[in-house]
Design a protein around this ligand. Structure first.
Ligand code: SAJ
Length: 419
């Protein structure tokens, strides 16, 4: 069995390596020359240690190769990005062009799988249309499926291998075939359904998380106004057997949660007011935190942003809430420096590169305030010594990590989230 994986990114590359590890002959395809250069030199463009290990092993074994064009195969898997446009519309043009490219290499009887998070109907209408344009009957001649990835950056390999897998076939035959294929390298349950149900359920998962985080953030706003600590209240509410309130924070980042709800809004605008409002609440959190800092009244010319990654202990700054904070600071003419133990310089949506320091004391030296954006373990429990070099005494703790009592006793003003 020869497997062709289109897209050597955060999902496609580890998936390809896991399949090579399971004994398949895998050919990866990517349009990015830098990615291909690293892979062809036997290296891995993703920093996560487990991913690096399995990818470099797969390349060394010869069972994984990569180039800029597909080859003939038996199974084709599309793992390309599905971004949103600047006006929050779903952009499936990369899926379409991947499908158009691979359609020329597909033969009768092949299995074609879309893994990219996609608007409802993409498998049949976008991928299916490109295959039909090559003369295939997409139900009879091929097995076409939607099998969403559920990659959680930081534990990519175990989540690909162990999570339950939704397998949406355009036909029951296609689902059964894909299920047998995933059984070769996935130990979790395999849940066969239709392609559209699979597409919808993937969007539901990430939308559920976004709306729940927005709800937690609203609880945080209420607590701030009422002078209550939201975390104490959440801890108690979560002792109810059917309640799981999420964590309020400084915003929602990453390449999935802030993007995927828009696919439902785009497709079903008349039903998705709640989703739009949740997005607005979560995107507004960095601005909300900055407004709280300003209302503390201390003069601020320069702040240190602690954390560029969108989530703790990751080197991933895609769609980071820190970018929204930077816009808020710039709008007020406030200077900033950024610290992160994992992320080096990162690129904002407007193309600018933001320099990031790794020495915390150096970053804090002489700033008027510090704003914690990421729940890195390095920031947990920080006390007065860590912030001693600051010129001012203001700390906004977007993740409720620092030793608030010790800092307050030492004369710092700590602004938590939701308290
Ligand atoms: N966050 C909060 N409060 C919370 C939980 C998260 O503020 O209670 C923030 C995080 O700090 C982060 C953002 O939300 O900035 C998103 O992080 P996340 O932990 O929700 O997840 P991602 O984006 O890393 O990965 C998600 C996962 N989906 C779900 O948990 C439903 C992952 O399993 C998916 O595979 C991934 O999206 C994807 O690729 O779709």
């Amino acid at each position: 069995n020869k497997i062709i994986v289109i897209g050597m990114g955060y999902v496609g590359l580890p998936t390809a390596a896991i399949m090579a590890d399971a004994g398949f002959d895998v050919h990866g395809v990517d349009v990015n020359p830098a990615t291909l250069q690293v892979l062809n030199a036997g290296g891995c463009p993703i920093g996560e240690p487990e991913v690096t290990r399995i990818v470099t092993d797969a390349l060394a074994s010869g069972r994984l190769r990569a180039s800029d064009t597909p080859v003939n195969g038996d199974v084709f898997i599309i793992c390309v990005p599905t971004p949103i446009t600047h006006d929050k519309r779903a952009d499936v043009s990369i899926v379409r062009s991947a499908a158009r490219t691979l359609a020329k290499y597909v033969k009768k009887g092949d299995l074609v799988i879309l893994e990219s998070t996609s608007p409802v109907g993409t498998t049949e209408h976008t991928v299916g249309e490109e295959l039909a344009a090559q003369g295939f009957d997409i139900r009879e001649d091929l097995d076409l499926c939607y099998c969403p990835e559920r990659v959680f950056p930081g534990s990519t390999i175990s989540e690909i291998v162990e999570n339950d897998r939704i397998i949406g076939g355009l036909t029951p035959r296609a689902a059964a075939r894909a299920s047998a294929f995933y059984a070769r390298f996935c130990s979790g349950g395999r849940l066969e359904t239709t392609a559209t149900i699979a597409e919808f359920s993937k969007l539901m998962e990430n939308t559920y998380r976004d709306v729940n985080i927005a709800l937690a953030n609203v609880f945080g706003h209420i607590a701030e106004t009422a002078g209550i600590d939201v975390n104490d209240a959440i801890a108690l509410a979560n002792r109810h057997p059917r309640v799981n309130v999420h964590k309020p924070g400084p915003g929602v980042g990453g390449h999935c949660i802030p993007v995927d709800p828009w696919f439902l809004v785009d497709g079903f605008p008349e039903h998705t007011g709640l989703l739009r409002q949740s997005r607005a609440i979560n995107d507004g959190q960095p601005h909300h935190l900055w407004a709280r800092v300003k209302s503390a009244g201390a003069p601020i010319a320069k702040v240190a942003i602690l954390g560029a990654a969108y989530r703790g202990n990751l080197d991933d700054a895609r769609d980071t809430p820190a970018e929204h904070l930077i816009h808020a600071l710039e709008a007020d003419g406030v200077g900033y420096v950024v610290h992160d133990p994992y992320v080096s310089n990162f690129r904002m949506h407007d193309g600018r590169i933001v320099p990031v320091g790794i020495d915390l004391a150096q970053t804090l030296d002489g700033v008027d305030g510090a704003i914690i954006m990421t729940d890195h373990s390095e920031y947990r429990g920080l006390g007065p010594e860590a912030f001693a070099g600051m010129a001012g005494k203001l700390i906004a703790d977007g993740r409720n990590l620092v030793d608030r009592r010790a800092l307050t006793a030492a004369g710092f003003t700590v602004i938590p989230v939701g308290a």
